[in-house]
Design a protein around this ligand. Structure first.
Ligand SMILES: C[C@](O)(CO)[C@H](O)COP(=O)(O)OP(=O)(O)OC[C@H]1O[C@@H](n2ccc(N)nc2=O)[C@H](O)[C@@H]1O
Ligand SMILES: Nc1ncnc2c1ncn2[C@@H]1O[C@H](COP(=O)(O)OP(=O)(O)OP(=O)(O)O)[C@@H](O)[C@H]1O
Length: 318
């Protein structure tokens, strides 16, 4: 009997605190970061198929590769190899429904890779535990373990070593999507360049932000949001300065560039304030589109053993 397709829902992330150290010999930067999973999600359905492939729908689907460079397909190959299958003939197809902006600094590709690992773990009945899945996830990218875990977490190393952070309160966000994406490696390189020529401010210690999270007071949290990559993202995309200003003028408590950008995330007092800020910001004409979101939300989770929709035939065979 053909196994039932599995659908996994997986969240976007924002870095509430992102402290970037110097480059390491392996080219990565040592990080101290606090991730929060937000209610903007992708859905990935895996199904058994003789002809492998990927189809992608939704937000920014046109700019997502449908071949072997898709991070979710890399997840298929890595898990196939790990479980003794032929990575070139894994016998599955993926259908990805995007709600997370592509190349937006919100871990969209990482989310799809994490969702694929979880879905295949069930489809292939591998029974790998969360720790083992997380180790495999880290091989695919620094953000992938957090996409699996969700919630709020402190990340160290290159961002892949996680400890959950207690954050019982819900925070309300407005998310401003830019017209074009930014490549993550280029933003880290720009930060190194800025640091070689001047001394851009660095975010402080993470502890006060952890205390603000546990207090649940968005006003206290707003004062402590910080991202070392923001200066680099703004240097590469100067228009972000205007977006950040417009969000605060619209009534947000504070705004930051999300991860490597160019998406900006604005913390608001409550859900009503977020709707108001979103409406104002969208009228300001500084970004492509505006969303409201809340966090924390859970990480990758199975939402159904039926596909969200019947996938159309893949455009390119992986
Ligand atoms: C900006 C963040 O989203 C913040 O969470 C992440 O640091 C990026 O995570 P990611 O997209 O999963 O990144 P990876 O796929 O692991 O790495 C992509 C590239 O980003 C740079 N990179 C990433 C993580 C890190 N700690 N130091 C880095 O310098 C490296 O140039 C690396 O080649
Ligand atoms: N499943 C996928 N979804 C989106 N982009 C993908 C995927 N697989 C590969 N990519 C490629 O990866 C690039 C980065 O996309 P992604 O959406 O992961 O960026 P990001 O959210 O900025 O990542 P991060 O926040 O983890 O640095 C895209 O330009 C796209 O070409």
């Amino acid at each position: 009997m053909v196994p039932t397709p599995i659908t996994v829902r997986v969240p976007a992330k924002v870095n509430l605190h992102l402290s970037v150290g110097d480059p390491r010999p392996d080219g990565y930067h040592e990080l101290v970061t606090v991730f929060q999973a937000l209610s903007m999600t992708d859905e990935v359905t895996v199904l058994v198929a003789e002809e492998p492939g990927i189809d992608v729908h939704g937000e920014g689907a046109d700019s997502v590769p449908t071949g072997p460079s898709n991070l979710a397909w890399k997840a298929v190959q890595l898990l196939a190899e790990h479980s003794g299958r032929d990575p070139e003939e894994p016998g599955v197809r993926l259908s990805i429904s995007k709600g997370i902006p592509v190349a937006g600094g919100m871990a969209g590709g990482s989310a799809d890779a994490a969702a694929t690992l979880l879905a295949l773990n069930h489809l292939w009945r591998l029974e790998l535990g969360r720790d083992e899945l997380s180790e495999i996830a880290a091989k695919l990218g620094s953000d992938v373990p957090f996409s699996l875990q969700g919630g709020t977490a402190l990340g160290t190393g290159r961002g892949e070593r996680l400890v959950p952070v207690l954050a019982r309160h819900t925070f309300h966000w407005v998310i401003a999507l830019d017209r074009r994406g930014l490549g993550t490696p280029g933003v880290y390189t720009e930060l190194d360049r800025l640091r070689a020529e001047s001394k851009p401010n660095r975010v402080g210690e993470v502890e006060p932000l952890l205390e603000a999270l546990s207090s649940g007071d968005p006003r206290q949290l707003a004062l402590l949001l910080g991202n070392d990559l923001q200066a680099a993202a703004v240097s590469l995309r100067p228009g972000l300065r205007r977006t950040l200003r417009a969000g605060v003028q619209a009534g947000a408590l504070a705004g930051i560039v999300s991860g490597s950008g160019p998406t900006c995330a604005f913390l608001c007092t409550d859900a009503d304030a977020a709707v108001h800020v979103a409406a104002e910001l969208s009228g300001a004409g500084v970004c492509r589109t505006v969303r409201v979101a809340h966090g924390p939300v859970p990480g990758a989770r199975i939402v159904s053993e039926e596909p969200a929709h019947r996938p159309t035939p893949p455009q390119v065979h992986a």
